[in-house]
Design a protein around this ligand. Sequence first.
Ligand code: SAH
Length: 250
Amino acid sequence: MIHFIGAGPGDPELLTIKGKKLIDQADVIVYAGSLVNPEVLADAKKGAEIHNSAHMNLDEVIDVMSKAHKAGKKVVRVHTGDPAIYGAHREQMDRLDELGIGYEVVPGVSSFLAVAAVLKKEYTLPDVSQTVILTRMEGRTPMPADEKLADLAKHRASLVIFLSVGMMDELASTLIPHYGEDAPVAVVYKATWEDQKIVTGTLKDIAGKVESAGIDRTALTVVGGFLGDEYSLSKLYDKHFTHGFRKGIE
Ligand code: SAH
């Protein structure tokens, strides 16, 4: 059994207990070296074989994992955040299916959740937005025709943009017609790492601020009214509102 593990956003204590146990027992570790904090591997077994997938293509990753697996070794494949978000682990799982090798996925704390935590914000404020859109700008991976940022922006949902901090000007100008130039924006570089940086602003000024801060990678951009201070109180904790677990006061 090969284990895909979400390593979390950076802080090694944000790894799940299950993920940590599997990493610490592994004989062979293949990790996404460009983004996974190496400290996540700090308690790996002495003599564990560690491969950085940043230098490997899909064939090489599968080759290393399948050979080790066939030799009876414990193999873990460590992805940043949660593998289900821009992790490219589906293609690896499909190859393992073809090879008849079993696997399991251990989820992790995605960076978009770590970003909300460090900003101390909630994406789903009543009367502001009850929807979170996770997306990216078009890069080498094309965007499907129906998912252009300008179309997604029409919903004015809480917006989380991965992988695109190098395209801030274009991002802001695409969003301004929908969110308004004064809409709040936060850019978080390496959330939960020791060198984390947070830049806040509006769609009008964020590109300049991000450039001055020297941020050009490993950052998430979040946009929307959830960054502001106007919202309605939740029904969940409303004393006049009852639900299955709590009787109302009235
Ligand atoms: N699977 C990962 C995302 C991989 S795509 C997850 O669940 O978070 C890589 C992109 O994720 C980066 O370009 C950046 O946009 C974002 N990212 C990953 N870790 C981050 C962190 N600690 N802080 C801010 N953004 C991060």
